[in-house]
Design a protein around this ligand. Structure first.
Ligand code: 13P
Length: 245
């Protein structure tokens, strides 16, 4: 099971302290099959890496430029830079970036560069509220998957994070039967259209220690991408505990 903390645009050097408890917890449970990955803002990647390098926790970034290597791109960070700093993962296609104008084509280019560079990709997909109301969720998900992963030799380096946009930061989660249906649909598309043998699909959107047991009951879910609740160590640990114990 994957537990990925997406800190979004939050956190400073002081917040690194919250890692102590999580490191201890991860060490204690090192024999369990859990993968804890922290994706702090760029400004904290270096400090995070120093803190977690000899632990069971992995480092990830929240986005990157589509260009593989260095170049004249003011304000951007390349996949190679992330790799050099110790990142093993990178979130691509988050709805908060799609909302800022990131297109499927850019997402596709970013994923290609990240894979080339040896990074693992957490590829976010999900429908908006109005798409859900129009009952076109399946169509949207299929489109996002096939355009985002076009001409990419899919490997176990890509993990899908299903994050319904209407669920992010709202406290709302999908009805369990809907979530089950969507997760199975995503896996079916990955298996049938992209010939992936054992795809991994995570859920993200308002995951917290209270609702995680219910969410966990969906057999197809391979972990969680957690926003707000990942910023407090106790909440994040609780989410892991309630899933695995
Ligand atoms: P919240 O858990 O705050 O709803 O955020 C989810 C998310 O966007 C993770 O990438």
């Amino acid at each position: 099971m994957y537990f990925i903390a997406n800190w979004k645009m939050y956190g400073d050097l002081k917040s690194l302290k919250s890692l102590d408890k999580v490191i201890k917890f991860a060490n204690y449970h090192k024999r369990k099959k859990i993968m804890i990955i922290y994706c702090p803002p760029y400004t904290l990647l270096h400090s995070f890496q120093n803190k977690i390098k000899k632990t069971k926790i992995f480092l990830g970034a929240q986005n990157c430029h589509a260009e593989l290597s260095d170049g004249p791109f003011t304000g951007s960070i390349s996949p190679k830079m992330l790799k050099r700093i110790g990142s093993k993962y990178v979130i691509i296609g988050h709805s908060e970036n799609r909302f800022e104008g990131e297109t499927d084509l850019q997402i596709n280019k970013k994923i290609k560069s990240c894979i080339k560079c040896g990074l693992n990709v957490i590829f976010c997909i999900g429908e908006t509220h109005s798409q859900k109301k129009k009952k076109i969720t399946s169509q949207i998900l299929k489109n996002q998957i096939t355009t985002g992963l076009k001409k990419i030799k899919f490997s176990n380096k890509i993990i899908i994070a299903y994050e319904p946009v209407w669920s992010i930061g709202t406290g709302l989660i999908p009805k369990l039967y809907e979530l089950d249906k969507n997760v199975n649909f995503i896996k079916k598309v990955l298996k049938k259209n992209l010939k992936i043998k054992n795809p991994k699909v995570l859920y993200g959107g308002s995951v917290n220690p209270k609702n995680v047991k219910n969410l966990r009951s969906i057999a197809g879910i391979d972990g969680f991408l957690v926003g707000g609740a990942s910023q407090k160590a106790n909440n994040f640990i609780d989410i892991v505990k309630k899933t695995i114990i």
